[in-house]
Design a protein around this ligand. Structure first.
Ligand code: Z5A
Ligand code: MG
Length: 219
């Protein structure tokens, strides 16, 4: 029998502060996998196209105000409405690459002052990423990239508070789910240089798939 048939797609998440190049690299990775003949798809969070996503979009563009707890729960609900499709695709052998996920949810809301536990709980049992790539870039380099500062959280004080919270999130992932699930990527340099670093890190996961069930976040 073919051993590869029992393997599912990998669930890979890209995280990091603003303008570090997540969307650029996620698009490159999905394109490369497809070129190589693999099944892969992109999942953006927030997904601004759903009804909940449109409320989030209005909030981020400061066209709507919302209590901090309420917007936190909407970001989480936006992930839950996509969770079954992610699980089904992984079982069907599709590699799912997410542009942000629950870790942004915790880091940004905790940076505003909500309790870490409150921030973590609504995402409990969501599909567990097999690998999270946390892209790091010094703040001055991020601020100098195009369009920084257009949305609600794009201020230097918010970004530095969020950076601190991402450190706590990383620790939580490593403690609960193992060191290997959270890897830092240096996001400095050209787009090609960063792509190369990422290619080396994701190599086996995207070529061989993953054995076993999709895990549950924070369980
Ligand atoms: N948020 C939250 O609070 N709670 C949640 O649960 C979730 C999110 C999921 C919107 O997210 C906000 O929602 C975000 C977190 C919060 N707020 N903040 N801050 P978003 O993902 O929709 O944000 P975005 O508008 O897509 O921006 P971004 O993701 O921060 O940018 P990026 O994807 O990391 O960067 P990029 O678009 O790939 O690149 C930015 C620019 O730099 C662009 O012009 C590129 O061409 C350029 N670039 C990229 N790579 C390079 C290199 N290597 N060198 C030079 N220039 C480069
Ligand atoms: Mg982006």
């Amino acid at each position: 029998s073919d051993p590869s048939s029992s393997r599912r797609g990998a669930f890979i998440v890209f995280e990091g502060l603003d303008r570090c190049g997540k969307s650029t690299q996620v698009a490159r990775l999905v394109e490369r996998l497809k070129r190589e003949g693999r099944k892969a798809r992109l999942q953006k969070f927030p997904d601004r196209t759903t009804a909940i996503g449109r409320m989030i979009d209005a909030y981020l563009q400061s066209k709507a105000e919302m209590d901090d707890h309420a917007i936190h729960l909407l970001f989480s609900a936006n992930r839950w409405e996509c969770a079954n499709a992610i699980k089904r695709d992984l079982q069907d052998g599709i590699t799912v690459i997410a542009d942000r996920y629950a870790f942004s949810g915790i880091a940004f809301s905790a940076a505003k002052g909500l309790s870490f536990d409150f921030c973590l709980n609504p995402d409990e049992s969501l599909p567990l990423p097999d690998l999270t790539l946390y892209m790091t870039l010094p703040q001055q380099e991020a601020s100098s990239r195009s369009q920084f500062g257009e949305e609600r959280y794009e201020t230097e004080s918010m970004q530095s508070a969020t950076r601190q919270q991402f450190g706590l999130v990383a620790q939580e992932v490593k403690n609960r789910h193992g060191e290997q699930r959270w890897v830092e990527v240096d996001a400095r340099g050209t787009i090609d240089e960063v792509e190369d670093r990422i290619r080396k890190i994701v190599g086996d996961l995207t070529s061989d798939g993953v054995e076993g069930e999709v895990g549950k976040l924070w369980k």
